[in-house]
Design a protein around this ligand. Structure first.
Ligand SMILES: [Zn+2]
Length: 321
């Protein structure tokens, strides 16, 4: 542990232990009680998202998924072998956002049709589940949705059976950022209904902490190690490294080269059309060319393909959630 630490005392079992002084909340490593460091007796909801997949199921799932990746060797499914899997519980904060902008004077608009809207002004509500640490030990896609309906109360045994990450960020600071877009929307609704004549009521609150399970799986193929990350609650594969077949690598490389040359030629032609060749446009063309080359060399000579789950591209190839 780096940086300053403070001494925490568990309000439930009285155990004392050191924690980084930047923490707002911590979980007692002895009894599993989560508490606020400066107000240990203030109650806080602590949930855990239910683990539905064990390490065996996760590896089988990963195996099927590896075999359908573009450019993988034909024998990958038969040859790939399990090295190990580690269960992580990553901390999330749950917020309930309630923002209201009621009009102060409903007589502002006397048109009957607008009367109701002007009384209401604006109202925006929602639940937000936000990462409670800055960096995870593996990539989790931005805008990843955590299904809130599968949570249950926290059991301290997960701290012994998995790698349990403590929440690090200040939830009250985060809440301000989260509320902002809701606030803006409610204000613009009120501006329409009763311009300049409304109040802003923010009833948003921090609801609690939840821990979400992810499996980090390592497997081997022909002497190389590859990693995959699987959502332990619903089985979504969110990150995957996979081997690429030698002959397919060569094919991709040639295609990549052609693509890179084409794109730089097109860039050159385009800029020539828009005012003739200058040193700058020539340089741009060369940069586009070398950039394209770099991407293809690093991707296809690196022997590894990488898949990243993209929440907005949920479709045919995405595993069922
Ligand atoms: Zn305790």
């Amino acid at each position: 542990m780096s940086g300053k630490t403070t001494r925490a005392k568990c309000p439930y079992c009285s155990a004392e232990f050191e924690v980084p002084s930047t923490l707002v909340y911590t979980t007692c490593p002895y009894c599993g009680t989560t508490f606020k460091l400066d107000k240990p007796f203030e109650s806080i909801e602590h949930y855990v998202f239910k683990l539905k997949y064990n390490s065996h199921q996760v590896f089988e799932h990963l195996k099927r998924f590896v075999s359908i990746q573009p450019g993988v060797p034909e024998d990958v499914k038969q040859v790939m072998s399990y090295i190990k899997s580690t269960l992580y519980y990553v901390p999330m904060y749950i917020f309930e956002v309630v923002v209201e902008t009621p009009c102060l004077d409903s007589r502002i608009l006397d048109d009957q049709e607008y009367l109701e809207a002007s009384v209401l002004g604006g109202q925006e509500t929602g639940f937000e589940v936000i990462p409670a640490v800055d960096n995870y030990p593996f990539p989790i896609p931005r805008n990843y949705s955590f299904p809130a309906q599968t949570r249950e109360y926290f059991k301290p045994k997960i701290m012994r059976e998995a790698i349990y990450l403590q929440p690090e960020l200040n939830p009250y600071e985060l809440l301000k950022t989260i509320v902002k877009p809701y606030l803006d929307k409610a204000v613009s609704e009120a501006e329409l209904a009763c311009p300049g004549n409304y109040e802003v009521v923010n009833k948003s609150s921090f609801k609690g902490i939840a821990h979400y399970p992810f499996w980090l799986v390592e497997y081997e193929y022909n002497g190389n190690t590859y990693r995959g990350v699987v959502d332990g609650a619903d089985g979504t594969i969110i990150y995957l490294e996979y081997p690429l077949a030698k002959n397919k690598r060569a094919k991709f490389l040639v295609m990549g080269l052609i693509g890179a040359v084409l794109s730089s030629v097109l860039t050159l032609l385009f800029s020539t059309y828009h005012g003739g060749i200058s040193q700058n446009t020539l340089l741009m063309g060369i940069l586009a060319y070398t950039g394209g080359l770099y991407v293809f060399f690093s991707k296809f000579l690196g022997k590894k393909g990488v898949y990243n789950y993209n929440p907005s591209e949920e479709g045919v190839f995405a595993p069922p959630r």
